[in-house]
Design a protein around this ligand. Structure first.
Ligand SMILES: C[S@@+](CC[C@H](N)C(=O)[O-])C[C@H]1O[C@@H](n2cnc3c(N)ncnc32)[C@H](O)[C@@H]1O
Length: 214
């Protein structure tokens, strides 16, 4: 769930339907089982951005049932995706779905906590962080050395249904305070060009540069 007016969300969804029947079923599996998967308009924006760099290696933190993982693997047939998941139930479902999609040769599912696994991964042109929201800063510090120069970072849910902007609600929820702290941190991090995009549940999109222009 995002923070846009429901009518606008429905309108955007029907403008950009999922064409691939396998991904459509996977999205439905996520919805039916209350598994928080990324919203399609956000994925489409990511896919569009990545057309400019055509990543060969992608790192994803937070696989769940493999919806975004399989989407990215299909969108970039030359890419290998290292995806990390720690919940055994999700790992089981993701393995099943990656197998059904016949993508086991290009999707490497790392089982365990991203905090332990990130330091073992190769460098990547794209890093997508979509796991425990309270740990974004920690994930960032471990992932940053893995991002190639001019590579792209995306963090999902950085506006968390819009609650992040409401100080009265933020006061009562430690997780929202952590997201705000992360947003402040990344906004002023000078080795990245960063933008906050109010699409889906809010994305941070950042590019690694020598020195930011502002
Ligand atoms: C929002 S879901 C991922 C959705 C997926 N990216 C998609 O859009 O299809 C977040 C997942 O991250 C996993 N997760 C949370 N913290 C993690 C950690 N520290 N290490 C590995 N996985 C983690 C959760 O178990 C959950 O399945």
């Amino acid at each position: 769930m995002g923070f846009l007016d429901e009518k606008v969300e429905d309108y955007l969804t029907q403008l950009m339907p999922i064409q691939d029947p396998f991904l459509k079923n996977l999205q439905q599996e996520g919805i039916d089982n209350d598994i928080p998967i990324i919203q399609v308009p956000s994925l489409r924006l990511i896919q569009l951005l990545l057309q400019t760099i055509k990543p060969k290696i992608i790192i994803e933190v937070g696989t769940a049932i493999g919806f975004s993982t399989i989407w990215l693997a299909k969108a970039f047939p030359k890419a290998t995706i290292h995806t990390i998941e720690r919940k055994p139930k999700m790992i089981e479902k993701a393995k099943e779905n990656i197998g059904k999609a016949a993508l086991t040769d290009r999707i490497i599912l790392h089982e365990g906590d991203a905090i332990d696994i990130l330091p073992t991964l190769p460098q990547a042109e794209f890093i997508f962080i979509d796991a425990a929201k309270g740990k974004y800063e920690e994930f960032f510090h471990l992932a940053e050395p893995l991002l190639k120069d001019r590579g792209i970072f995306v963090f999902d849910n950085v506006l968390f249904r819009g609650f992040v902007a409401d100080l009265e609600i933020v006061k009562t929820k430690p997780m929202l305070r952590k997201i705000r702290k992360f947003n402040d941190f990344i906004a002023s991090y000078d080795k990245l060009e960063t933008s906050f995009v109010p699409i889906g549940d809010g994305l941070v999109i950042a590019c690694k540069v020598e020195e930011s222009n502002g």
